[in-house]
Ligand binder design. Structure first.
Ligand SMILES: Cc1cc2nc3c(=O)[nH]c(=O)nc-3n(C[C@H](O)[C@H](O)[C@H](O)COP(=O)(O)OP(=O)(O)OC[C@H]3O[C@@H](n4cnc5c(N)ncnc54)[C@H](O)[C@@H]3O)c2cc1C
Length: 479
C-alpha cells in the first residue's frame, strides 16, 4: 500500500520510504544528504557521470568559472557533512579572511581592510562538488544513479508518484522509479514545469530580471603563494566590466572577467589581458600579465535571473518539491546560488523531520515547502533586483520604490571605503549571516549618512593597487 493514514489525521500521508532527488549537483547532493536522515532509501539521479575527482562536467558548465561559497553556505555544508572543510583544505582550498585577504574595489574605492572573524574557502567548483559527491556516495541508504537521464514524472490523480528514465544505451525501453517524494534539483534548465503541464497540472509562472552577463575565465599558475593569499574583486558598477581573481587549489589563480549586456568579451589571450587592464584598477592585470596560463579561456553567457513562482500555485502536486536553481537562478555575479541552495537543504532537513513526527508526508507538504523557502529566495531575489535595476537597459521595469534604496545602498558602498564597521556588516549580510535590515541599524546608518561618524572604528584603507598581489599585504591591521 502506498499511503497510510496518520493516526488521528483526516488525510492520508505518504510514508518516509523512498525519496528520489533529480540532479546531482551541489543542491541535489545536499538534499540527498538531509533526506537520508529520515527516509529509508534515497536515490539521486544525475545525467552526467559524477567523478570523485575534481573535473568539469557537461551538466554544470558554470563550474569552469569562479564560484564563491558564501560563509553561511559553507557552515551548513560542514554541519551536514562534518569534516568537509578539512577535506577541502587538504585538497588545496585556501582559507581566506574576509577582512584581511579580500581586496575589494567598488564604487570608486577599496573597501577597508580589517580584522574579521569571517572566513571563506577559495577553491574551484569541481573540487567542492567532487568532495561532496564522495561523502554522499558513502551514505549507506543513498544510491547515486549517475549517467542516467530523467525524462518525465509519473502521476496518479493529484499526486506525483515517481519518475521516468531514458532508456540506457542498448536497451529497448526506459524504466520508471516509484517515489514517496520527488525533489527537483535539476537546475535552471529543469523540465519539471513542462512535465507538469503534460500531466495536466498547472506550471509555475516565471519571472526574469534580464541583466545579461557574460563570463570569461582563465587559470594561471600562482607563484609565491605562501605569503600572499589575497583574493581580488574589482566590481564594475556603475561601469559594466568586473574582474575577480581568487587563489584556488593546485597553486592556481582563477581569474573571471564578467561583462554586462553587450560588453564585448575577450576571445583570446591578448584581449583577456586588455580587458583586465581596462578595469577600474589594474591589480588583476598586474598579477597575470606575465603569468603562465594553465587553461584555455572558458566562456559562459547568462541571460538573466529566473524565478519560478511555485509558491503562487493554487495546487502543488502532492509528492513533489523543487529547490536550488530549479526554483530560482540568480545573477551569478552576486555568488548566492549555492548558499541559497544550502539554506534550502537545511530547511528540508527540518521539513522532513517534522513530517516524521506527523507520521509521513502530508498532502500539503509541497505547498508548505514553497512557502518555507520563500523568505530566503525573496531576500536573494530582492538583492538582485535592487542592483540589476540600476542598469539603464532595465530602467522601464524598475519600480519607483527601489530608487531611495538604491541611493542608500550606494552610500553604504562608499562607507565601506572608510568604515571597518560598515564593511563588516556588508560582508555579513552578503554572506547570509545577517538580514538586509542590518544596513538600517542606527550605527550603520550613522556611519553611512554622517561620514565623520565612528572614526575610532576605522580599519586601514590600503592602496591595494600599489601593493602587487604577489607580495604580502602591506598594511592589514585594524586601526
Ligand atoms: C557563471 C556562473 C557563476 C556562478 N558563480 C557562483 C558563485 O560564485 N557562487 C554561488 O553560490 N553560485 C554561483 N553560481 C550559481 C550556481 O552555479 C548555482 O546556483 C548552483 O549550481 C545551483 O545548483 P543546483 O544543484 O540547483 O543546479 P545545477 O548546478 O545547475 O545542477 C543541476 C544538475 O541537474 C542535472 N540534470 C539536469 N537535467 C537532468 C535530467 N533530465 N536528468 C538527470 N540530471 C539532470 C545536471 O546535469 C546538473 O548536475 C554561478 C552560476 C553561473 C552560471
Amino acid at each position: 500500500m502506498r499511503y497510510r493514514a496518520h493516526p488521528g489525521a483526516k488525510t492520508p500521508r505518504r510514508p518516509l520510504g523512498h525519496a528520489v532527488v533529480l540532479g546531482g549537483s551541489v543542491v541535489g547532493l545536499l538534499a540527498a544528504r538531509v533526506l537520508s536522515d529520515q527516509f529509508d532509501r534515497v536515490t539521486l539521479i544525475e545525467r552526467d557521470a559524477l567523478a570523485d575527482r575534481p573535473e568539469p562536467r557537461k551538466g554544470v558548465p558554470q563550474g569552469n568559472h569562479l564560484h564563491a561559497l558564501l560563509a553561511r553556505g559553507r557552515m551548513i555544508a560542514e554541519a551536514l557533512l562534518p569534516g568537509l572543510c578539512d577535506a577541502l583544505l587538504a585538497a588545496g582550498a585556501m582559507r581566506l579572511n574576509a577582512g584581511r585577504d579580500l581586496a575589494w574595489h567598488q564604487s570608486g574605492g577599496w573597501r577597508v581592510q580589517h580584522d574579521s572573524d569571517l572566513f571563506f574557502l577559495s577553491m574551484s567548483r569541481p573540487l567542492l562538488e567532487s568532495t561532496i559527491v564522495k561523502r554522499v556516495r558513502a551514505l549507506p541508504n543513498v544510491t547515486i544513479l549517475d549517467g542516467v537521464r530523467v525524462i518525465g514524472l509519473r502521476a496518479e490523480a493529484n499526486c506525483v508518484t515517481g519518475v521516468r528514465l531514458a532508456k540506457p544505451a542498448g536497451c529497448a525501453r526506459g524504466s520508471e522509479i516509484e517515489a514517496d517524494l520527488v525533489v527537483d534539483a535539476m537546475g535552471r534548465g529543469s523540465s519539471v514545469p513542462q512535465w507538469l503541464m503534460e500531466l495536466g497540472f498547472a506550471a509555475p509562472q516565471t519571472e526574469l530580471v534580464g541583466a545579461r552577463v557574460s563570463y570569461a575565465t582563465w587559470t594561471f599558475r600562482r607563484l609565491d603563494h605562501e605569503p600572499n593569499r589575497r583574493a581580488v574583486v574589482v566590481a564594475g558598477k556603475p561601469a559594466r566590466r568586473s574582474g575577480l581573481m581568487f587563489p584556488i587549489e593546485g597553486d592556481r589563480w582563477l581569474v573571471t572577467l564578467p561583462g554586462f549586456f553587450d560588453e564585448p568579451m575577450p576571445q583570446d589571450h591578448n584581449a583577456f589581458l586588455a580587458y583586465a587592464r581596462s578595469l577600474a584598477v589594474p591589480d588583476i592585470y598586474e598579477t597575470i600579465r606575465n603569468g603562465e596560463p594553465l587553461s584555455e579561456i572558458k566562456r559562459f553567457r547568462f541571460i538573466g535571473s529566473l524565478r519560478r513562482r511555485y509558491e503562487r500555485l493554487e495546487h502543488v502536486p502532492e509528492g513533489l518539491i523543487a529547490m536550488g536553481d530549479a526554483v530560482c537562478s540568480f545573477n551569478p555575479v552576486y555568488g548566492q546560488g549555492m548558499t541559497v541552495g544550502a539554506i534550502e537543504a537545511e530547511a528540508l532537513s527540518r521539513a522532513v523531520t517534522e513530517a516524521r513526527v506527523e507520521g509521513g508526508i502530508g498532502p500539503d507538504f509541497g505547498r508548505r515547502w514553497f512557502q518555507t523557502i520563500r523568505p530566503v529566495v525573496d531576500a536573494a531575489w530582492n538583492g538582485v533586483r535592487l542592483e540589476d535595476f540600476r542598469f539603464p537597459e532595465l530602467a522601464r521595469e524598475r519600480p519607483l520604490r527601489l530608487r531611495p534604496l538604491q541611493w542608500y545602498m550606494e552610500r553604504v558602498q562608499q562607507a565601506t571605503h572608510r568604515s571597518a564597521f560598515v564593511t563588516d556588516r556588508f560582508y555579513r549580510v552578503m554572506n547570509f549571516l545577517e538580514p538586509p535590515s542590518a544596513f538600517f541599524s542606527p550605527r550603520v546608518m550613522a556611519e553611512v549618512l554622517l561620514p565623520g561618524f565612528g572614526s575610532t572604528h576605522r580599519g586601514t584603507t590600503t592602496a591595494w593597487s600599489h601593493a602587487p598581489v604577489c607580495r604580502a599585504p602591506q598594511a592589514s591591521r585594524v586601526g
